[in-house]
Design a protein around this ligand. Structure first.
Ligand code: FAD
Ligand code: UDP
Length: 369
């Protein structure tokens, strides 16, 4: 019998396990995959820390979360600056003076602002969809070359049928600043995320390759409390129906060359290229191995966006009206399970970034431990 059984060795589970252990409680973690770290898992290939479930860049404005993760990893100074490739023309992201100079030849912020102003005139009134919002933020030229194709590939829908707010995530700057995030703190844990999570789980018993549902009664009988970080609808046997997810597929390639694209992320913003972007993992750590030596080879991942179907790996929760309403019903059921706490991206069906998942788990740990 343990105080806490934690289902899932992702970030949420690891934080709760670490806090419970620190408080002197007994903890057991079970994980159905054959590795820890959930979706932030990094796998070593020829000395490169490959982000197996998609590129993960840690960024936050939350000082408590930043201080917390420092205990388990040293973060490097990586700053995300993706490049957009539109039919061979390269542009800086997010939209800033470098982008405007390349697009229009403008040199000063005043000239850039005037160009955007001239192009946004076609939108009168409040933007009703993503297309109108994008044109009203950066004008039609940038919309056509850097937004339309990428967004339609990523979401599998026309920009006129997508909500305006999605494009507001991206900064628009009249300065020469290629930093993709407006965050106070940013970086990549040196040595990979798996190492960071292993440090969080130090001294905690973890059983890999164990599916909680294969013997739920047995596991429940082993603990006073259960922290469940898997899909909430799966917990209730999909009794109210399936929650939907957006899925992504990765094609990984090891290449015997030192550099494929010279940057961690290149977005392919035309409609015809089937992938949305290519990640070159070594650049998250400046092309060096753990000892600071240059890596001779490289690993790239082409990322394809796809509609999710039952059985696929769930990636992004779709927080639209239909799914939010269904989740609200599952939440009512979850609240009645006194012994079980539902947490994390799948347990709470929330599009959490890593820092938000850590903040949520730290808050929950304070409440229950
Ligand atoms: P998970 O990591 O999914 O962990 C849940 C674990 O539970 C999994 O390991 C799963 O195998 C296990 N599990 C499920 N069911 C069972 C069961 N029945 N029995 C046993 N184990 C079970 N965030 C950022 O901050 N920056 C980024 O750049 C970023 N990029 C992202 C890119 C992609 C493609 C995706 C999908 C997400 C990205 N995120 C990013 C978000 C980040 O991945 C999540 O916030 C975080 O990983 C969520 O942690 P979690 O513990 O809630 O979930
Ligand atoms: N986007 C775009 N072109 C790009 C990058 C992003 O049009 O080169 C749009 C796209 O619609 C995307 C949105 O901006 O959904 C938000 O981008 P972000 O990188 O935040 O999306 P994420 O992959 O994190 O969901």
């Amino acid at each position: 019998m343990v105080d806490y059984l934690i289902v899932g060795a992702g970030l949420y589970g690891a934080v709760i396990a670490q806090k419970a252990k620190e408080a002197g409680k007994s903890v057991l973690v079970i994980e159905k995959r054959d590795h820890i770290a959930g979706n932030v898992y990094t796998e070593d290939v020829e000395g490169i820390h490959v982000h197996k479930y998609g590129a993960h860049i840690f960024h936050t404005n939350n000082k408590d979360v930043w201080d917390y993760v420092q205990k388990f990893a040293t973060f490097n100074r990586f700053t995300n600056s993706p490049v957009a490739n539109y039919k061979g023309e390269l542009y800086s992201l997010p939209f800033n003076m470098y982008t405007f100079n390349k697009m229009w030849g403008v040199v000063t912020p005043e000239e850039a602002a005037a160009k955007i102003e001239e192009q946004r005139k076609e939108i009168t009134g409040e933007p009703k969809n993503l297309e109108e919002q994008a044109i009203s933020l950066v004008g039609r030229d940038i919309y056509e070359k850097l937004i339309k194709g990428y967004t339609e590939k990523q979401w599998g829908r026309d920009c006129k049928d997508l909500p305006a707010f999605i494009i507001k995530r991206l900064p628009v700057r009249l300065t020469f600043d290629n930093n993709y995030f407006n965050a106070l703190y940013q970086g990549i844990p040196m040595g990979g995320y798996t190492k960071m999570v292993a440090n969080m789980l130090e001294g905690v018993e973890v059983k890999l390759g164990v599916d909680y549902f294969a013997d739920k009664e047995h596991w429940d009988s082993q603990a006073s409390r259960v922290i469940f970080t898997g899909p909430v609808d799966a917990y209730f046997n999909y009794s109210l129906g399936n929650l939907e997810y957006r899925s992504v597929r990765f094609e990984n390639e090891l290449l015997d060359i030192p550099s494929f694209q010279g940057n961690a992320a290149v977005n392919y913003t035309d409609r015809e290229t089937p992938w949305t972007r290519i990640i070159e993992h070594k650049w998250f750590e400046f092309g060096k191995d753990d000892d600071g030596n240059d890596l001779p080879k490289t690993v790239i991942s082409r990322e394809y966006s796809s509609e999710w179907k039952p059985g696929d790996e769930p990636y992004y929760p779709v927080n639209d009206e239909k799914n939010s309403a269904l989740y609200a019903k599952y939440k009512e059921l979850a609240d009645k399970e006194d012994k079980v706490i539902f947490g994390g991206r799948l347990g709470e069906y929330k599009y959490y970034d890593m820092d938000q998942v850590i903040a949520a788990a730290l808050g929950k740990a304070k409440e229950i431990i």
